[in-house]
Design a protein around this ligand. Structure first.
Ligand code: PLP
Length: 286
């Protein structure tokens, strides 16, 4: 495997950043994960738009223009011969002697891009089985709308889910409403067929896949409600599901050990999964 690190393509096993990288020392950086489907990047414009926004919010300079970034992402996909998989891109505030305050503005941001293949059959098996989720109190900072590499609460929540035999953890606000998963957005389907997901304000990440599903619902004339929903409403819902670029749409079959609906993957979630790529922008990797 090959990785891009600060201007060079290097063997993945040798790909390393400096010990004074601010991403390493302060989690002072942002990232994106973009799906590769049939050798093409999926929804690259939305990912790069969100990257720009994350950088702007944290006042980190863009490492280069958008076209150059896209070229590196495509080149990394091509060099790793990825047909189905993921591209990971991370920008940190760069390398500087350890000091919390921003480094000198001449310090270039650091850029890392990696790509890996994923067996599409594994995702289909997960979707066919559905996942269990647990709920955990929100312990993240006040700006989870920024795709920061500071993911310790997410790491702890995912591990807690794993230890409970679940595949995802939902962060729950003090008022009992579901915010989002540790690495996914959260959705429910009501018994009269309305599809509900929390509004994308400062309390959750605006998932690119979430936006893709919103588009899809519009095209299919399905009813979308962007509003908070409680854990109790989710437990009583007809269906629940989660979305992300790495997992697309995955039905949720259990919440804190209790079955959702009949305990089987819901038909709406599976239909949305099947249709998602029809509404997403895909760009060729030459
Ligand atoms: N919410 C969080 C906290 C995430 O980390 C992610 C993805 O990593 C998502 C939602 C889903 O976003 P996307 O669909 O852009 O992958």
């Amino acid at each position: 495997r090959i990785a891009y690190v600060n201007g060079r393509y290097v063997p993945h096993r040798d790909a390393a950043v400096h010990v004074e990288d601010r991403g390493y020392q302060f989690a002072d950086g942002v990232y994106e994960v973009c799906e590769v489907f049939g050798g093409r990047l999926v929804d690259e414009t939305r990912h790069l738009d969100r990257l720009d926004r994350s950088l702007r919010e944290l006042r980190i300079a863009a490492p280069m223009g958008r076209k150059a970034l896209l070229t590196i992402m495509r080149e990394t996909v091509a060099r790793n011969r990825v047909r189905h998989g993921l591209v990971y891109l991370q920008v940190s505030r760069g390398v500087a002697r350890r000091d919390h305050k921003f480094p000198d503005p001449s310090t270039p941001p650091a850029l890392v891009v990696t790509a890996k293949s994923i067996d599409p059959a594994a995702g289909e098996r997960t979707a066919a089985a559905g996942v269990a989720v647990i709920t955990v109190p929100e312990t993240r900072w006040a700006r989870p709308d920024i795709k920061s590499v500071s993911l310790l609460p997410n790491v702890l929540a995912k591990q807690q889910a794993k230890e409970a035999g679940a595949g995802e953890a939902w962060f729950v606000d003090q008022d009992g409403t579901v915010l989002e998963g540790a690495s996914t957005n959260a959705w429910i389907v009501t018994h009269d067929g309305r599809i509900v997901t929390r509004q994308a304000d400062n309390r959750i990440l605006r998932g690119v896949t979430r936006t893709g599903v919103v588009d899809l619902l519009g095209r299919r004339n399905l009813t979308l409600e962007e509003r908070p929903f409680t854990v109790e409403e989710a437990r009583q819902a007809a269906e629940a599901f989660i979305t992300s670029a790495s997992s697309l749409v995955i039905p949720v079959v259990k919440i804190d050990g209790a079955a959702v609906g009949d305990g089987k993957p819901g038909p709406t979630a599976l239909a949305l999964r099947g249709s998602l790529h029809q509404v997403t922008e895909m760009s060729h990797v030459v």
